[in-house]
Design a protein around this ligand. Structure first.
Ligand SMILES: NC(=O)c1ccc[n+]([C@@H]2O[C@H](COP(=O)([O-])OP(=O)(O)OC[C@H]3O[C@@H](n4cnc5c(N)ncnc54)[C@H](OP(=O)(O)O)[C@@H]3O)[C@@H](O)[C@H]2O)c1
Length: 311
């Protein structure tokens, strides 16, 4: 696939310059630039992860539905057009997909909703292991129903670690893609071998693996470089280390120098690592949402990067 991506593409129109101060972007998430998912779906590189909306952790406490819907609407107002979800993001009777539909349906034309299938979870929150091909297809239909759409923009096969190759699961999703129910496919928590095997079955538009500063994973850098070369988006999960920002001395110093927060530096650092990197920070807090999206405009220089971990 030709790499038609230009992460440094011009940002969208800015509002009229106020009497004093710089122009304010009308859609601040666009300041991070745009990536073409699968070569044809433009998304701003600053997105949003919905996992934290139903419950702060898998064991709760429960999220607040009104705030969850407000966060989603505000994210879109701020220019977020890439939202990451899954049908297994639920806590008791609260579900990320339901919040997304309630808050945003009918969806803006440019909104890309990415979901994932693979792990199975019963209504009592027990993890049931990896879903087989037939169950994966059921789970795609469940996502279609819950989100109220006739096709899904991006569906990841989320590996659990122990899944072996050649089990027919990516093939099952590729069939649904052929039928028009899925526009693009991705893999998550995948090894380079699993990515290669998936690509032999169907095009892969995105990899969603763990990555944040200080999370030393020797495979992550290689996977990020591979994705950039192959025109595949790398969408790190736990972009804030899963907890707001990793505890790293360098982050604090760089944040103080720019007058921003450690979370904002963390997100800007991620986006600087590769043009193929898309951020999907997760929050249930309106204030954190504003803060995270504002990081789309933060640029780190060589001196900043020298103080931050190389991986
Ligand atoms: N594929 C996978 O296996 C996988 C695994 C995990 C996650 N994901 C996806 O990746 C997305 C991002 O991961 P994540 O949400 O787990 O972790 P994360 O984005 O690294 O961190 C989220 C945590 O940080 C806090 N936070 C967010 N913004 C903050 C800020 N500006 N200042 C201080 N604290 C802040 C949030 O709490 P508040 O709510 O209080 O802001 C939340 O506890 C998820 O939403 C999900 O869509 C995928």
């Amino acid at each position: 696939m030709p790499n038609t991506n230009d992460s440094h593409a011009a940002t969208e129109a800015t509002a009229a310059t106020p009497a004093s101060g710089p122009a304010v972007p009308t859609r601040p998430a666009s300041a991070a630039g745009t990536w073409l998912l699968g070569g044809d779906l433009p998304v701003h590189r600053m997105g949003f992860g919905a996992m934290r909306l139903p419950g702060r952790t898998w064991e709760g406490p429960a999220g607040d539905p009104r705030t969850a819907r407000a966060v989603l609407r505000r994210a879109v107002e701020l220019g977020v057009n890439h939202i990451d979800t899954a049908a297994f993001y639920f806590y008791k009777d609260l579900a990320a997909n339901t919040f997304i539909r309630e808050a945003l349906h009918p969806y803006p034309d440019d909104l890309v909703i990415a979901t994932k299938v693979g792990p199975d979870r019963d209504p009592d929150h027990n993890w049931l292991g990896a879903a087989g091909p037939a169950k994966l297809k059921d789970d795609v239909h469940r996502n279609l129903r819950e989100l109220g759409v006739d096709h899904l923009d991006l569906v990841y096969l989320r590996f659990l670690g122990e899944d072996g190759p050649g089990d027919g699961r990516f093939e099952a999703l590729a069939e649904l893609r052929e039928q028009g129910l899925i526009r693009h496919l991705g893999v998550s928590n995948a090894t380079p071998a699993q990515l290669a095997e998936a690509r032999a079955v169907a095009p892969v538009a995105a990899v969603q693996n763990r990555f944040s500063p200080g999370h030393h994973d020797p495979e992550a850098q290689a996977m990020i470089a591979l994705c950039a070369r192959q025109g595949i988006a790398y969408v790190p999960f736990f972009p804030l280390g899963g907890a707001g920002a990793p505890h790293l001395a360098g982050l604090r110093a760089v944040a103080d120098r720019h007058g921003v927060t450690a979370a904002q530096v963390t997100l800007a650092w991620s986006l600087s690592v590769s043009p193929a990197m898309l951020a999907i920070p997760g929050t249930s807090s309106p204030a954190h949402l504003e803060e995270n999206v504002a990081a789309a405009a933060l640029r780190l220089d060589a001196a900043d990067l020298a103080e931050l971990p190389a991986d």
